[in-house]
Design a protein around this ligand. Structure first.
Ligand code: PHE
Length: 481
């Protein structure tokens, strides 16, 4: 079976692809605004604890399941745990489909901004807030082919096409090859932008906000946001790493690969903050205001373009264009992993043709994303969902609702996966799988640590936190405590 399923060429190929999946909009779009909302450095500390204490063991577990079973998310759970556990795989695959549906919409915005900044006159707009509002809502005023071609519908359509083209090329020629180009490029652009932003006036005030924690800011909401963000950012809890792990060779070390992936992902999130906050504080200085309103999802679409336009037409185009190219690369390496999860399911467990399924799924998921796209002002009902509680700003629209539900299902998925490993598959089998390619593992401290976290800490803590997060979402728990 493994011959025709495809494999990564080696450890580097796997690490780049899995890190590519992890590094995405979550790091560059979401992480900085969550940190901004949650007190900067305090959020960073909470986030780091979540990643290394809870997420790393879950990641090792997921990769081990995939490699041991050598199948897609559903097939792996079914093979190692019986048919009933297969349902957990399906749950993850569905979560992945829904993530991709809204993720592709936001990726389309970034793609549109890249084109409009690099080759258009976006930076000449005076009012970036209203520009963004009109852009995400431009479906409502399409009355000509020219406008359709320029709309966010088209940009996200193109993004889905790019994703499908790469995935249809298979594991080594498609996914691995694309990551080998985009991941190094991403790092180069990111480092270049950080160096530039640190040289701007008032940059250090941004660095201070980001790096010096004020624990007075620590709230229960910070812990929930940090945990959900860590799962989302590391692509955990929905079978993505089971799927990628199934293409990993037996000779490649799992624990070390997982460590590199976690560090790569965390470092990009960290660096994205280090790029964004100096820019934001530079703008505050330039405009002479104390707060430019860095809160919420529009941070990179409203505040940053304003900064790029302050840089003048030429430099702004270069810096702004590079920034959105970086976001597109990051998003694309994630969308291909999201599409691969259901594709692998249909290929492995349902014996369907790969290319055909890639295109069918890309089409279906694109259509599933339309309500998210139209929830940004075009359709009132989707913009303010009656059943979706408005806690904090910007909530209540369909896109945020789907994103939230997906975040929660990742934490629930991670909890059930750790229960699966410790109660059904048995932790010993996980250790055996790891030991195949890691001789020193059997006597290591890491082995004891993983046993303890996966058997006790992860099921209990993730279980309790999942319940609390759900209560918070629908019953406003954060307002009660
Ligand atoms: N980790 C990706 C990001 O940070 C999103 C993602 C989630 C990708 C789950 C795959 C699976 O943007």
């Amino acid at each position: 079976m493994s011959e025709n399923r495809g494999n990564f060429s080696g450890r580097i190929g796997f690490i780049l692809a899995a890190a590519g999946s992890a590094v995405g909009l979550g790091n560059i779009w979401k992480f900085p605004y969550l940190a901004g909302q949650n007190g900067g450095a305090v959020f960073l500390v909470v986030y780091l604890v979540c990643v290394f204490l809870l997420c790393y063991p879950v990641m090792v577990g997921e990769i081990a399941i995939g490699r041991a079973a050598n199948s897609d998310a559903y097939g792996s759970y079914k093979k190692l745990g019986g048919k009933g556990w297969g349902a957990l795989g399906i749950f993850g695959i569905l979560a992945g489909i829904f993530i991709l549906s809204f993720y592709n919409v936001v990726a389309g915005w970034a793609f549109g901004y890249f084109l409009k900044i690099s080759f258009g006159d976006l930076l000449a707009q005076g009012e970036f807030g209203s520009f963004f509002g009109a852009f995400v809502n431009d479906l409502s005023n399409i009355d000509s082919a020219g406008k359709l071609f320029n709309s966010n519908l088209m940009y996200s359509f193109c993004f889905m096409m790019l994703t499908a083209i790469i995935v249809s090329q298979g594991i080594q020629k498609g996914i691995e090859a694309a990551n080998k180009i985009m991941m190094p490029a991403l790092y180069v652009i990111l480092i270049g932008l950080i160096i530039y932003s640190l040289t701007l006036p008032n940059a250090m005030s941004g660095v201070k906000f980001y790096l010096v924690p004020d624990f007075g800011e620590l709230r229960i909401q910070t812990v929930f946001d940090g945990l959900k963000q860590a799962f989302f950012s590391l692509s955990l809890g929905m079978g993505c790493l089971i799927t990628y792990g199934s293409y990993l060779k037996k000779s490649d070390n799992i624990t070390r690969s997982a460590a590199v992936i976690s560090i790569a992902d965390t470092s990009v999130a960290f660096l994205a903050g280090l790029m964004v906050f100096p820019l934001v504080h530079f703008l505050q200085y330039k405009l002479g205001v104390a707060n430019v309103g860095t809160q919420g999802p529009p941070l990179i679409f409203i505040v940053l373009p304003q900064i790029f336009s302050e840089m003048g037409p030429v430099l702004g185009r270069i810096v702004g264009g590079s920034f959105f190219l970086l976001v597109c690369f990051a998003a694309l390496t994630s969308t291909i992993s999201l599409l691969e999860v259901p594709v692998a399911y249909f290929v492995d467990s349902r014996k369907m043709n790969r290319t055909k399924m890639v295109w069918i799924l890309a089409g279906v998921i694109f259509i599933l994303g339309l309500p998210s796209m139209m929830s940004q002002g075009m359709i009132e009902l989707l913009n303010k969902l009656p059943f979706y509680p408005l806690i904090g700003e910007q909530k209540g629209d369909f896109l945020s609702f789907v994103a939230d539900m997906c975040d929660i299902s990742l934490v629930v998925g991670g909890c059930l996966m750790s229960i699966f490993i410790s109660r059904r598959w048995k932790i010993k089998n996980m250790h055996d799988e790891i030991e195949i390619s890691d001789k020193g593992y059997s006597t290591s401290f890491l082995k004891k640590y993983l046993t303890f976290t996966i058997s006790y800490i992860a099921p209990v803590l993730l279980g309790v936190l999942s319940i609390l997060v759900i209560l918070e979402k629908f019953f406003g728990l954060a307002n009660l405590i």
